[in-house]
Design a protein around this ligand. Structure first.
Ligand code: NAD
Ligand code: UD1
Length: 332
């Protein structure tokens, strides 16, 4: 079975390629390297001992997509490629709509031309908007609070319409909660450009003395210790969720939507303290104002993924903290 992984040299894509290769799938990657490096391909090969076919290019380029489908008999596509920074999407919405929507539309058009109609799509918990009730279930109402979230919501709707028009498509929409951690080898991990927006990449830079302290955005939320609570999931568990999704549409036909999280929330302070404990390193922080747009708590109801996919996150918050830091130390 051959899987085309768009954005396969990125953070979640690279871990997913490893899990696919470990289970005997062949992997073809397309990535324009706008947010990743070519070396990731050889790291994936080093980890798995398997070869990967890499195409440098853009998913918006239909001619390149056609070439890939002509040269490879693709059975499944996992579509990670896209931009993902919320703040940047507010400043430059057109860039987000252009890349995220066009890449998906072009990809689906070419998949249809080649009669490859098995797709797994990276959505996000951001499509739940401001949670009214927790834990978040897949059938809760959806809303977008920024252009990035809007692109995810629009793509979910495009895929639902596509399936309604032609139910020979098999589609899995995965709503990720907060992926952190890295491969246990320390060879691949998350490498954001510039000053990170998300919590774990910021913590590792503080631990590494690249930034002086972490700004904790508010300690007056109605949570366990006043700081924001999120459902952190180890990226390797998340990656396995993609393999299970492929297995799902290989046996059951239709369109399916799943949350991928652990179902447990941890506060910012709990994460910082765990990170300090398992890595035996100080993380300096100060409390600052709340970040506009943040919610107090966000965590998944994971029952549907457990029952229908057989998905259950295995890694602990200690594993997540240890592996995130290991990658940074290995790649200093
Ligand atoms: P990432 O930036 O590490 O990976 C995305 C990859 O896609 C990068 O390698 C980038 O170079 C590539 N890319 C972007 N646009 C492209 C294009 N037009 N053509 C070819 N390649 C392109 O991001 P990630 O964290 O691995 O996220 C993967 C997907 O998961 C994204 O769609 C993101 O929105 C979604 N997601 C991520 C998170 C998270 O916290 N990381 C949470 C929810 C959803
Ligand atoms: C962010 C995105 C969301 C995306 C998710 C996963 C925003 C507003 N939302 O959500 O759309 O789906 O990432 O990629 O950007 N925190 C600090 N200090 C920091 C960074 C974060 O205290 O320097 C806190 C936040 O207030 C929050 C928690 O840490 O309580 C997690 O933040 P973050 O990693 O940015 O993820 P989300 O806010 O869940």
């Amino acid at each position: 079975m051959k899987v085309l992984v768009t954005g396969g040299t990125g953070y979640i894509g690279s871990h997913t390629c490893c899990e696919l290769l470990d289970r005997g799938y062949e992997v073809v990657i397309i990535d324009n390297l706008s947010n990743s490096k070519k070396e990731v391909v050889s790291k994936i090969e080093q980890i798995t001992g398997k070869k990967v076919k890499f195409y440098l290019g853009d998913v918006r380029d239909k001619e390149l997509l056609r070439k890939i489908f002509k040269e490879n008999e693709i059975n499944f596509v996992i579509h990670f490629a896209g931009y993902k920074a919320v703040g940047e999407s507010v400043l430059n919405p057109l860039m987000y709509y252009e890349n995220n929507l066009l890449s998906t539309i072009n990809l689906c058009e070419v998949m249809k031309e080649f009669d490859c109609k098995n797709l797994v799509f990276s959505s996000s918990a951001t499509v739940y908007g401001i949670p009214k009730k927790l834990p978040l279930k897949e059938d809760f109402s959806l809303a977008a609070t920024n252009p990035y979230g809007q692109t995810k919501l629009m793509i979910e709707n495009i895929l639902k319409d596509l399936y309604a028009s032609d139910n020979s498509w098999n589609i899995v929409i995965l709503r990720y909660f907060n992926p952190i951690g890295a491969h246990a080898s320390g060879l691949i991990g998350e490498e954001p450009n510039g000053i990170p927006n998300n919590l774990m990449p910021y913590i590792v830079k503080v631990a590494n003395k690249e930034l002086p302290f972490l700004n904790i955005f508010g300690n007056d939320y109605d949570t366990v210790d006043g700081t924001g609570v999120r459902d952190y999931i180890h990226v390797v568990d998340l990656a396995i969720g993609h393999v299970l999704s492929i297995e799902k549409i290989n046996k059951d036909k239709g369109i399916f939507i799943y949350n991928l999280g652990t179902g447990h929330g941890y506060s910012v302070l709990e994460l910082v303290n765990t990170f300090s404990k398992v890595n035996n390193i100080e993380v300096n922080y100060r409390i600052v104002d709340r970040r506009p747009g943040d919610v107090a708590e966000c965590y998944a109801d994971t029952k549907k993924a457990t029952i229908e996919l057989g998905f259950k996150a295995q890694k602990t918050i200690d594993d997540m903290c240890r592996d995130s830091y290991k990658y940074v130390i290995n790649n200093k």
